[in-house]
Design a protein around this ligand. Structure first.
Ligand SMILES: NC(=O)c1ccc[n+]([C@@H]2O[C@H](COP(=O)([O-])OP(=O)(O)OC[C@H]3O[C@@H](n4cnc5c(N)ncnc54)[C@H](O)[C@@H]3O)[C@@H](O)[C@H]2O)c1
Length: 332
């Protein structure tokens, strides 16, 4: 099966492309390298281009005989989406819509879409199920929820079939391959903690120690990126079987506080990891934990690396061998 992985030079996309090729399928990667890295592409051909370039996408879909599109390409910095929402709407909605229209024009009607826990907003109940109301707190979450709505309308009107995966916190790195997390700027807790362990940052900023949780810090649900990647294979198989359009949460179902993450990182790295405590950030819910019961029940997904120690150990292996991330981020 030939699969177009849009955003396949990014953190999660590079792991998805690898999983596809290990499964014996053929990934073709489309990425504009605005955030991704050429060296992250270990499997499949890389086409450097924008998903909003309709003629390019149509040519690719036709010439490569693509059957399914995995759409991971988006901007995803929550804070930046608040200060520059237009940038997020132009890429995550407008360019993404062009991608979808190009697909339909070529008769490609299957998509796996990277959505996010940010569609929910402030949780009313934990763990979050897919039925929980969606009230995103920022333009990033709104852009993803809007696109889910577009997919739903296109499914009803044009026969599109899709699976939207609402990821919680992706973390870790492939245990065997030389790929890992390298966002610029980095905003995720685990890579920042490991950069402190490597001496690349003097200390870790802890945002908020007065949340109504056992140790006062936020609780999040960390899912290993390889487990996340495997869910895409199951979603593609379900689409190939002609399943109904669906939305699934993807998390471990287990929450860890920021302090627990730091403690495990200290154990794994053997480093002290100094912490600077500061005030809460606006818009950070106290607890975000997924129920992944639906994808377990309907697609048979199970996490292979559910424990935080393993997740951080695989991330540490990548960060130690690539302290400054990928070597270059050359745009073409
Ligand atoms: N990392 C997480 O924990 C997390 C959590 C929830 C949802 N997500 C979603 O998962 C997806 C992947 O996240 P990631 O962490 O791998 O991010 P990433 O930034 O590493 O990857 C996104 C890739 O998309 C590419 N891209 C962006 N706009 C493009 C365009 N117009 N045309 C072509 N390529 C384009 C970037 O160059 C980058 O390689 C995103 O949609 C993100 O919103 C991520």
């Amino acid at each position: 099966m030939k699969v177009l992985v849009v955003g396949g030079a990014g953190y999660i996309g590079s792991h998805v492309a690898l999983a596809l090729s290990r499964r014996g399928w053929e990934p073709v990667i489309l990425d504009d390298l605005s955030k991704g890295h050429r060296q992250a592409v270990l499997a499949g051909k890389l086409i450097v281009g924008n998903m909003g370039d309709v003629p390019l996408v149509q040519e690719l879909l036709t010439e490569e005989r693509i059957e399914v599109v995995v759409h991971l390409s988006a901007y995803s910095l929550v804070g930046e989406s608040v200060t520059d929402p237009g940038k997020y709407f132009r890429n995550n909605i407008a360019n993404s819509l062009r991608l979808l229209d190009a697909m339909l024009a070529c008769g490609v009607k299957k998509m796996v879409f990277s959505s996010t826990a940010a569609v929910y907003g402030e949780p009313e109940t934990i763990p979050l199920t897919e039925e929980h109301p969606c009230r995103p707190l920022n333009p990033y979450g709104f852009s993803k929820l809007t696109y889910e709505g577009i997919l739903d309308a296109y499914a009803k009107a044009y026969g599109l079939n899709y699976i939207a995966l609402r990821y919680f916190n992706a973390a870790g790195a492939d245990p065997e391959a030389a790929i890992g997390e390298d966002h610029r700027p980095e905003s995720h807790l685990i890579p920042i903690t490991l950069q402190v362990a490597l001496g690349l940052r003097p200390s870790l900023q802890l945002f908020g120690t007065d949340y109504p949780t056992a140790d006062g810090t936020c609780i999040r649900d960390y899912i290993h990126v390889t487990d996340l990647a495997r869910a895409h294979l199951l979603a593609i198989e379900a689409l190939a079987r002609g399943c109904a359009p669906a939305v699934y949460n993807l998390g471990n179902g287990q929450g860890y506080s920021n302090r627990q993450v730091i403690e495990v990182a200290r154990r794994v790295t053997g480093q002290e990891i100094p912490v600077e405590e500061g005030p809460r950030r606006p818009g950070d819910p106290a607890v975000l934990v997924a129920s992944s019961a639906k994808i377990q029940r309907e697609l048979g997904w199970r996490p292979e690396y559910p424990d935080l120690e393993t997740i951080i150990a695989t991330a540490w292996r990548w960060h130690k061998s690539h302290p400054h991330g990928y070597e270059s981020n050359v745009r073409e």
